[in-house]
Write a protein that binds this ligand. Structure first.
Ligand code: NAP
Length: 257
């Protein structure tokens, strides 16, 4: 991905990782469109930055995605980079029968969301020079957190989808996977204050340094996530999964105490 002069769509750009990257990408000389459901949050991210534009989008709604894509292309015909960053994470219990609405919403937002947005923009992107798609997955795509099983499965699904996209679009669109570790955002309640998560600004700065490499690597992996990404390759999957889940259970028990 070229470092400046892009027109970038950042889904989920109204908060957290999307907002932090939108600011940095803008300040590096790119135009950024931040998209999400909350206009107010988007406006706040755009405040004081002339080349950040806010547009509402609900990836849960297929018709809205199509309508949004037509509007964003009309308003920003130079759009050449898509960050599929919008996502939700819900905790779930697997040990007894339950209502599946959280699991279903997670699949719609985290799997159908990026599939829909990519599909709505693909004909435009393949016609652009320097086109890029960045899919935001997670370290949990590679080592699951048992208390968020559907979330982890959606991220593993998008990891796989990204591999197919990269192959299919070779020579037309650069396809990059960004897999964050735990980062201090409001993705789950209280996460923004937990010290074991990476501070958002540190994470976003590290991501920008990795993106600066030319050519940009296929996978953007900050230091903290590499143990997850490589656990299986390094023969450390079982121990990494055990450590992650022991640690998470302890942290949740402390938070609930
Ligand atoms: N923070 C972490 O520890 C971590 C780790 C690994 C991966 N990630 C991934 O990083 C991405 C960003 O998460 P974050 O940590 O920055 O959390 P966040 O602050 O909650 O950001 C998620 C964003 O997605 C948007 N969104 C949710 N549902 C949407 C929908 N139906 N349509 C459009 N936008 C929607 C939200 O905006 P609205 O509510 O306004 O729509 C919000 O701005 C997610 O894909 C997440 O899975 C995060």
């Amino acid at each position: 991905m070229k470092p400046s002069g892009n027109t970038i769509l950042m889904t989920g750009g109204g908060s957290g990782i999307g907002a932090a990257l939108a600011h940095r990408l803008h300040d590096a000389g790119n135009t950024v469109i931040v998209a999400g459901r909350r206009q107010e949050a988007l406006d706040k991210v755009a405040e004081g930055r002339a080349n950040i534009h806010a547009m509402t989008l609900d990836v849960e709604n297929a018709a809205d995605v199509e309508d949004f894509a037509a509007r964003v292309i009309a308003a920003h015909p130079g759009l050449n980079v898509l960050f599929n960053n919008a996502g939700i994470m819900r905790f779930e219990t697997l040990t007894s029968r339950r209502d599946l609405s959280d699991a279903e919403a997670t699949i719609v937002t985290n799997v159908l969301g990026p599939i829909r947005v990519t599909n709505a923009l693909i004909d435009h992107l393949t016609a652009q020079p320097d086109a890029v798609i960045v899919n935001v997955t997670s370290g949990l795509a590679f080592v699951p957190l048992v208390d968020a099983p559907t979330y982890c499965a959606t991220k593993a699904a998008i990891h796989s989808y990204t591999l197919s996209l990269r192959d299919a679009l070779q020579g037309k669109v650069e396809v990059i996977e960004l897999a964050p570790p735990g980062v201090q955002t409001t993705l789950t309640p209280g996460q923004e204050k937990r010290s074991m998560y990476q501070p958002l600004d540190d994470f976003a700065d590290e991501v920008m340094r990795l993106f600066a490499a030319q050519p940009t690597p296929d996978e953007i992996l900050v230091e903290r996530v590499r143990g997850f990404r490589n656990a299986e390759r390094d023969g450390k999957f079982a121990e990494t999964m055990q450590q992650l889940n022991d640690f998470a259970r302890k942290a949740r028990a402390e938070a609930e105490a």
